[in-house]
Design a protein around this ligand. Structure first.
Ligand SMILES: C=C1C[C@]23C[C@@]1(O)CC[C@H]2[C@@]12CCC[C@@](C)(C(=O)O1)[C@H]2[C@@H]3C(=O)O
Ligand SMILES: O=C(O)CCC(=O)C(=O)O
Ligand SMILES: [Fe+2]
Length: 376
């Protein structure tokens, strides 16, 4: 008799959704031609919490990475906001301009052409609506393109004769981002008193060479009735950290202290960094994984490029032992990135609570659990 086949967690990002395919509606709307928001895309008013540019006198921290105090500043930003912007980050303006224009070139293609590179239900890369769409009754006012490693296969479907400039730009960006995200992760970990001996999976040279990553291009067309549409619904990222480049149109908002949506105002050349669910676990709840969303506007197209950075696929992430003691018991059980993405695909914003062991003693409120964001 054949033994029952056991489910083994995938070791490659490309395989991660095989067990939980998402049959999403491909967006067949031509956003640009619409004079009003159709029912399929009409969300209830986005006034669950007030939206502002600052939280009292404070706005989302902007940190100059050349500042000798950067570790302290990053620690404060991660603890109180879970998000900050960085300048002096070493990614050249030429590269940022280049990925922005290649991203624009992609989303300006006719819809039928883009659909040739559609993401498959059990796949991770390609063109389509956000994966979290399946949890909402209404569609979002956005399109996305997801890249893992080389985008060549899909780019060839989009531009049979002319795909190399897109691939070159995306691959160069992925390479630069991998280095930058590793450097940034050490900065964040140092702010928690963590060093190279504490993280074996950083590899022999500590460069996080086996880290996993996904590049997500997001396009938000101008919308005739922005208050009735949602660019990207409120979520946290299933990452260690996310590095986001946004064009000059604002739209990203973060929920501060569970009471107010605060806009992350675009700064030319700056990058937005946000704490993801896995860093929240690693820090034993000290750094909140921030709930965020993207809203749209009536006049300007918005483009964002998110570098979603995670650990090697099969490494168990759990609260770091230096951050665990009798008054700070471990809040989460060990989980691999692969397992966590699987939990997110099933439970969306309840994924973090699905791996939680106990409630924090310090009164920290997990936004994933307190997600009262109204969606319909
Ligand atoms: C590895 C991943 C994280 C992500 C889902 C994905 O498979 C690839 C895209 C990521 C993204 C980007 C937009 C928002 C988000 C919630 C989504 O639907 O797709 C995130 C996912 C995530 O962080 O959980
Ligand atoms: O477009 C944005 O500003 C947000 C994008 C985002 O949250 C994501 O890609 O995970
Ligand atoms: Fe996000």
């Amino acid at each position: 008799m054949k033994p029952p086949t056991e489910y083994t967690m995938p070791s490659r990002l490309a395989e991660v959704y095989k067990a939980h395919p998402a049959y999403l509606h491909h967006n067949h709307l031509d956003f640009e031609s619409l004079r009003e928001v159709p029912e399929s895309h009409a969300w209830p008013p986005l006034d669950d919490y007030p939206s502002r540019d600052s939280y009292g006198a404070e706005s989302v921290p902007v940190i100059d990475l050349a500042d000798p105090n950067s570790v302290k500043l990053v620690g404060y930003a991660c603890k109180t906001w879970g998000v900050f912007q960085v300048t002096n980050h070493s990614i050249s303006m030429r590269l940022l301009d280049n990925i922005e224009s290649e991203g624009q070139r992609l989303f300006s293609l006719p819809r039928q052409q883009k659909l040739k590179a559609a993401r498959l239900p059990d796949g991770i890369s390609g063109y389509g609506v956000a994966r979290i769409s399946s949890f909402f009754p209404k569609l979002m006012w956005s399109e996305g393109f997801t890249i893992v490693g080389s985008p060549a296969e899909h780019a060839r479907q989009l531009w049979p004769q002319d795909f190399s400039s897109f691939c070159d730009a995306m691959e160069e960006y992925e390479k630069e981002m991998k280095q930058f995200a590793g450097r940034l992760l050490w900065l964040i970990l140092s702010s928690l008193g963590i060093n190279k001996e504490d993280i074996k999976w950083a590899g022999p040279t500590g460069d996080f060479g086996d880290a996993g990553a996904v590049l997500q291009l997001n396009s938000y067309p101008a919308c005739p009735e922005p208050n009735r549409a949602m660019g990207l619904a409120a979520h946290t990222d299933s990452t260690l950290l996310t590095v986001l480049y946004q064009n000059s149109t604002s739209g990203l908002q973060v929920l501060r202290d569970g009471v107010e949506w605060v806009t992350v105002t675009p700064i030319k050349g700056a990058l937005v960094i946000n704490v993801g669910d896995l860093l929240h676990i690693l820090s034993n709840g000290r750094y909140p994984s921030i709930l965020h969303r993207a809203v749209v506007n009536a006049t300007h197209h918005r483009l964002s490029i998110a570098y979603l950075y995670g650990p090697p696929m099969n490494v168990q992430i759990s609260p770091l032992s230096k951050l665990v003691d009798p008054s700070h018991p471990p809040l989460y059980r060990p989980v691999t990135w692969s397992e966590y993405l699987d939990a997110k695909a099933q439970h969306f914003n309840k994924a973090l609570s699905s791996v939680r062991l106990c409630t924090p003693l310090n009164g920290f409120v997990d936004m994933n659990n307190n997600n009262s964001v109204k969606v319909g």
